[in-house]
Design a protein around this ligand. Structure first.
Ligand code: SF4
Ligand code: MG
Length: 328
C-alpha cells in the first residue's frame, strides 16, 4: 500500500498541465447554487479542461453545459454576455494573468468600466471597495503587480474576477504556487467571500488536503473520468475508490514532513491514449481481469456518494452487493 502511495505521490510543483487539451470522457457534473465543489485529480486528468468547459471557454463536441437550465452554447447577445460575466475563472499564476504594465486600479477597474457596470468617475471608488473586500490596502491602487507579494497578486486576481459581480467562481489551482500559510489565507478569504457574496464555487486542485476546508462536495477525476464523488466528510472518512484512497494516504505524509515532495515512481498513463477498461487498472493493487476489459460505471454507493469501481472501495465486494451505507 505504501508503494502504491509512493507511486501516486502527487506531482506538486508540476501543477501546470501539459499544453494538450485532454478529452473528457462522459463526465457529468452538477453544481447546486451556493455549493462549493472541489474537483481533484493529478496533472493531466482533465480537471482544468472541465473548468474551462464549465466556464464556456472551451466548446463541447458532445453533451452540453447548462446554467439555470439553459444550454450556454445557445445563448445569444445580452444573455450570452451576462452568462460570461456571471461565471469568472481565477487561474493559478496571477503574475502571468496580470498585465505587468498596468496599475492595479486599471487591472481591476477595466472590466466593470468596459461593461458599463460603473460610471467613469466612480471607477476608483469601486476598485478601492473591491481591494478592501479581498483584504488589500486600497492605498496601493496605483501600484504595479510586481510591487505585490504572490498572495497579494492572487487577491488582485480575485478582486478583478469579482469586479463584474459573478455568482459563480471557478478557481483553477488558484493557490498552488503559494506557500502553505499564504494558501490558507487565500482559502479563508474565499470561504468568507462565499458567505458574503453567496458565491457558488468550483475549486480545482491537485491537492485533496487543500479542497477539504472549502468544499461541500468533492469530485475525484482520473484520466478524463470522474471516479468518485461524495460529500467532503465522506471522501475523507469513507472513500471507496482505490485511487481516492491512495490520494488520501498521501496527506499525512505531506503534513508530517512539513513540505511537499514529488516522488512519482510509476508512470501516469498518457491521457491521450489511456488504458482500456478501468483507466486506473495499471496502478491499482486490486485490479482484476474484468478491470482490464470493462469500464466501471459511476454508480451510487450511498446517497450523494458515487463510485466508478468494480469493487467496493477495494474491499473485494462488488458494489452491487455492498448495499447502502449510511455513514453513522
Ligand atoms: Fe481498481 Fe478495478 Fe476498481 Fe479500477 S475497477 S479501481 S482497477 S478495482
Ligand atoms: Mg490544471
Amino acid at each position: 500500500k505504501t508503494d502504491l502511495a509512493e507511486r501516486l505521490a502527487m506531482r506538486v510543483g508540476l501543477a501546470e498541465e501539459p499544453p494538450t487539451v485532454h478529452a473528457l470522457d462522459d463526465v457529468s457534473l452538477q453544481i447546486a447554487e451556493g455549493e462549493v465543489v472541489g474537483l481533484v485529480g493529478e496533472s493531466g486528468c482533465g480537471k482544468s479542461t472541465l473548468g474551462r468547459v464549465v466556464a464556456g471557454m472551451l466548446p463541447v463536441t458532445s453533451g452540453q453545459v447548462a446554467r439555470d437550465g439553459k444550454d450556454i452554447a445557445k445563448l445569444k447577445g445580452a444573455e450570452a454576455r451576462a452568462m460570461r460575466l456571471a461565471t469568472q475563472i481565477i487561474f493559478q499564476d496571477p503574475m502571468s494573468s496580470l498585465n505587468p504594465r498596468k496599475k492595479v486600479i486599471d487591472i481591476i477597474g477595466e472590466a466593470p468600466r468596459l461593461h458599463g457596470l460603473v460610471k467613469r468617475g466612480e471607477v476608483r471608488a469601486e476598485v478601492e471597495r473591491l481591494m478592501g473586500l479581498v483584504g488589500l490596502d486600497p492605498a496601493m491602487a496605483n501600484r504595479y503587480p510586481h510591487q505585490f507579494s504572490g498572495g497579494q497578486r492572487q487577491r488582485i486576481g480575485i478582486a478583478r474576477a469579482l469586479a463584474v459581480n459573478p455568482d459563480f467562481l471557478i478557481c483553477d489551482e488558484s493557490i498552488a504556487a503559494l506557500d502553505v500559510s499564504i494558501q490558507a489565507q487565500v482559502i479563508n478569504l474565499l470561504v468568507r467571500l462565499r458567505e458574503e457574496l453567496s458565491l457558488t464555487l468550483l475549486f480545482i486542485s491537485h491537492d485533496l488536503s487543500v479542497v477539504r476546508y472549502i468544499s461541500d462536495r468533492v469530485v475525484i477525476m482520473y484520466l478524463g473520468r470522474v471516479v468518485e464523488t461524495a460529500p467532503t466528510d465522506r471522501i475523507f472518512d469513507a472513500a471507496r475508490h482505490p485511487y481516492t484512497q491512495a490520494l488520501l494516504e498521501e496527506i499525512p505524509r505531506i503534513d508530517r514532513r512539513g513540505h511537499r515532495f514529488s516522488s512519482v515512481k510509476g508512470e501516469i498513463p498518457s491521457p491521450v491514449n489511456p488504458p482500456q477498461g478501468c483507466h486506473f487498472h495499471p496502478r491499482c493493487p486490486f485490479a482484476m481481469d474484468r478491470c482490464r476489459i470493462e469500464r466501471p460505471v459511476l454508480t451510487q454507493a450511498s446517497p450523494g456518494h458515487s463510485v466508478a469501481c468494480h469493487l467496493d472501495g477495494g474491499t473485494g465486494r462488488p458494489l452491487s452487493e455492498a448495499g447502502v451505507t449510511t455513514g453513522d
